[in-house]
Design a protein around this ligand. Sequence first.
Ligand code: ADP
Length: 256
Amino acid sequence: MLQDHGIHLRAVHKTYRGRGSEVEALKDMNLDCAPGSFTALIGPSGCGKSTAMRVALGLEDYDSGEVRIAGKPPAEATAGGVTGVAFQDAALLPWRSVERNVSLPLEVLKRDPEKYRHEIEKLIQLVGLRGYEKALPGQLSGGMRQRVSIARSLITEPEVLFMDEPFGALDQIRRRKMNVELQRIWMETESTALLVTHGIDEAVFLADNVVVMHSNPGRVVEAAEIPFARPRKMELYSDPDFHALCEKIARVLHGE
Ligand code: ADP
């Protein structure tokens, strides 16, 4: 098992057991995200993407296999601030200002936010929200709230960044703009990133590797390397090679 700063799942099995029912959510799940790489996990609803992410965050037990996040067991990595997380609904606290939402993970880790003033300012600038430090989430657009969520996920300088459909609530044009931004931010942080998404184009645009899952049982069926040079620009979305690769991945996704 690799002990580097990446994300590694080896032969992970996870079955949800209810009264008289069993769902094999992950069967022999293997995933290797090299340190500093960007991986996108795609697959139909119910194929186990969220389960894989919850397992990697230490929020969900698994039946067998091994998981290492930046060389640590998942719960230890999460508790130590090694991992950052951004979820679909941004999940901001409505009564806290932008800067106090960004500083929240520091408080969870019992660190003094006052000592991180400079980092908080820098991150708010990095996600393009300078001037909105004192604003409340209700005063921001959906895209701005997602940016706060990204800034918050980065405040502990995580070695590993997990994102579950972070721009799922946005329309396509805003989503593409946010993807360009996310790439820029990620390139500055040098973290290992794992993105769960439904969007093939989003996965191909952002990732070094796109990992495709199928359901019943949830498993990895293919990992495709994405060759486009960085930084990738908005124009890539209209590149014929980009479309060809998206098509190829769509065929794997739909089991053709
Ligand atoms: P995805 O994120 O790809 O949509 P999930 O990881 O949420 O997939 O779910 C994988 C499978 O496990 C699905 O069949 C889902 O119904 C089932 N499942 C997920 N969470 C639970 C749970 N807490 N209890 C029982 N079954 C679950």
